[in-house]
Design a protein around this ligand. Structure first.
Ligand code: NAP
Length: 326
């Protein structure tokens, strides 16, 4: 992200120069980016708030992603194509789009907590008619994560049983639905208060997180796959509860591979990656009304510190998005 020079067009963005607590994050003015070859500039309407944002801010993700300062926060977004660079053929100005926009590890890493972002057009798909930009911003990163964990890494097949831990969260609630669409039996683990929500999403059984630590809680049922969205002790317990020869996929923390080997379990941590085909599937599911969307709350971009703090305290029901220019 470039600092503005004299006379340069500026935009609002949440751009940090060093690691800091989420409570200290503010909106500042930076140079508005211009699209390069193959790039599309999007005027962002809403940006998704994901736990990775406050983790990056505090420096907790350095081992997973390379960071370069100044760094604009934000991973996914919705908006309207505003300008296109040379060689862009698929998306034209005026098109409503959504996408997983961050390209970590590239020389120009841009974030979505900003009025504009320039990204290769392949990172974006059109927002289907009937899906609001507010809802569209809440979906790309959680959907890609859930799909890639269950299908690509987890190899989930029809007729198998999958347990999803942290099922009521942004990723988990989409995972429950993707697993059902895949024809799997779904065991959803959550903290109390989400039973009705998870049943409505299609979970076959809803269990409290504590029952993950109780070998008898499943009455002899053994999941073929456990998808862990919480980490820590829950990840250790998942290695014990999955059937021998089964799979554990986590998105938060490193599994104990020694224990996994002892049990004959394949355990893997994944990091979601941009994938246009997967985003197109998301758009199709939304268009056909096959995805139940979470409750979505929008907060103004200027309230970014409060939004990140709520995500960090797990004080969000459904999904939070930042309203940039609706
Ligand atoms: N590797 C990747 O590519 C990737 C991608 C996306 C997310 N993630 C990570 O995956 C995790 C989940 O992401 P998300 O977007 O789903 O987050 P989220 O929307 O904040 O949901 C977190 C879920 O975890 C549960 N939870 C939170 N704290 C808990 C605790 N102390 N004990 C038990 N349950 C707890 C919550 O349960 P209740 O709702 O029942 O309270 C909620 O369902 C985050 O750590 C995030 O950073 C990783």
């Amino acid at each position: 992200m470039m600092r503005p020079r004299n006379g340069e067009r500026v935009m609002r963005a949440v751009c940090i120069e060093s690691f800091r607590p989420a409570a200290e994050v503010v909106v500042s003015e930076v140079a508005t980016p211009e699209p390069g070859p193959g790039e599309v500039r999007v005027r962002i309407a809403y940006a998704g708030v994901n736990p990775v944002d406050w983790k990056i801010c505090q420096g907790a993700m350095q081992a997973v992603f390379p960071h370069r300062f100044p760094l604009t926060l934000g991973w996914d977004a919705s908006g309207v194509v505003d300008r296109v660079g040379p060689g862009v053929s698929r998306l034209q100005p005026g098109r409503r789009v959504m996408g997983y926009c961050r390209q970590y590890g590239t020389p120009v890493e841009r974030g979505t907590y900003a009025e504009y972002i320039c990204v290769p057009e392949d990172l974006l798909v059109p927002v289907p008619d009937g899906l609001s930009l507010k809802a569209a911003a809440s979906l790309p990163l959680p959907f890609l994560t859930a799909r890639q964990a269950l299908i690509e890494a987890g190899g989930l097949k029809a007729g198998e049983t999958v347990a999803i831990v942290g099922a009521a969260g942004g990723v988990g609630s989409l995972a429950v639905q993707i697993a059902r669409l895949q024809g799997a039996r779904v065991l959803a683990y959550s903290r109390p208060g989400s039973e009705a929500y998870l049943t409505a999403l299609g979970a076959d059984r809803v269990l409290g997180n504590l029952s993950l630590f109780d070998a008898d809680a499943l009455g002899g049922e053994q999941p073929d796959l456990i998808f862990d969205c919480i980490g820590g002790e829950a990840l250790s317990a998942a290695l014990e509860r999955v059937r021998s020869g089964g799979r554990v996929v986590t998105i938060t923390g490193e599994p104990d591979v020694r224990r996994a080997d002892e049990r004959g379990v394949r355990a893997e941590r994944i990091v979601a990656k941009a994938n246009r085909g997967h985003l197109e599937q998301l758009a199709e599911l939304c268009e056909r009304g096959q995805l139940q969307l979470p409750q979505i709350e929008a907060m103004p971009l200027e309230a970014v510190a409060e939004a990140l703090g709520r995500s960090q305290r797990s004080a969000v029901r459904g999904k939070l998005v930042l309203e940039v220019a609706p």
